[in-house]
Every structure is written in C-alpha cells, then in structure tokens.
Design a protein. Structure first.
Length: 186
C-alpha cells in the first residue's frame, strides 16, 4: 500500500496570517503538482497530523483531487487528543470540516497534550507507516518541520524511504509560473 506523509510549515512560520493570502494559493499549487505525481505513481493514502498550514492545505488539495482520483484516502492521525482546542474559532471550524471529510481520523496518544514526546511518537509512527515524506521545508529557514525532516533523513539511511522536498525556491518558481498565466498577453 502506498502511503505518504505530508508536513511543512505552520502559517505564522511563513508570515501568513490570513486564510486568503496569495501565498496560500501558490503553496497549494506546489502541493497539487507533487500530489498529482504521487497519485500517478499509485498513492493510496495521504497521512497528516492535522497541524495548521501545509498539512491542512495539502489535505484540502487532496480532497479536491479525490474527484479525479476517487481511490485515494486521507488519514488524519493527531499526536494527541483535542490538538485544536486552543485554536481560534475559524481554524477550529475549518479543521472540523476537514476531519469530517477524512477517511480515517484518530490520535496517536489517547491523552491531551502532556509532553513533546507525543510529537516524537507521532513522527516515528508516520515514518514506519509511510513510503515517503512530502515536505515543504527549506533548511535555511528552520521551523517546526525540522523535527520530522531530521528524523526522516536519519530513518532514510537504514530504510527504503523517499523524501520529496519543496523549498522556498520551488515555491517562488510556482508563484512566477502562476503569475505568468494571469498576465494578459494580448
């Protein structure tokens, strides 16, 4: 079974504070491009932990792609129970809509947040359950994805595990490509 994990930055790590920020469109397009490649290669399950930002955006893109690829499934495995309880109302609502559309939802830890070990446990489980990691991460701009990135790089040394990385340069390319499509050449 082909399972891939997606992760990346949280919105604030990218300077995104509004849902309709233009950058989100470009990030989603970059994710769509990679997810389409994975779907063509046989992707069956997309696995996320449900964190705001890249993970939820990837899930939204995947749910749209399900119209073309109805066989693909979305799993949301949170690191602990009620991870969204301290989010603002809008984020909570969007997250709950996403969970309702997911094919599988569960929590790795059956407790609310107790320690950073819950994140490590989630990361280890994701690595062992996935064929690869799709990550929006730029090593020159560390942030929350660095933990899973570092674990995946280490895991990859002893296991057949693929990492597909989208960097800031890749996002810039997508933005320029999308912008050029918008220009009226007539």
């Amino acid at each position: 079974m082909s399972v891939w994990t997606v992760t990346g930055y949280k919105p604030y790590e990218l300077g995104i504070f509004k849902k309709d920020d233009q950058a989100v469109i470009y990030i989603k397009k970059a994710l769509e491009n990679e997810l389409r490649r994975l779907l063509e290669e046989g992707l069956e399950w997309l696995l996320i932990s449900g964190q705001l930002g890249v993970e939820c955006w990837a899930a939204e893109v995947m749910l749209q792609l399900k119209e073309e690829y109805p066989q693909v499934k979305l799993a949301v495995l949170t690191p602990f129970l009620n991870q969204h309880e301290n989010w603002n109302e809008d984020n909570q609502h969007n997250y709950e809509v996403l969970l309702a559309k997911a094919d599988f939802v569960d929590s790795v830890s059956k407790l609310p947040y107790t320690s950073p070990a819950q994140f490590r446990n989630k990361n280890q489980l994701f690595l062992h359950k996935s064929a690869g990691l799709l990550v929006i991460y730029d090593e020159e701009h560390p942030g929350s994805p660095k933990y899973l990135w570092n674990m995946a790089r280490s895991f990859q040394q002893n296991q057949a595990f693929e990492i597909r990385q989208i960097t800031f340069a890749d996002l810039q390319f997508v933005a320029e490509e999308e912008h050029s499509k918008e220009i009226d050449w007539q």
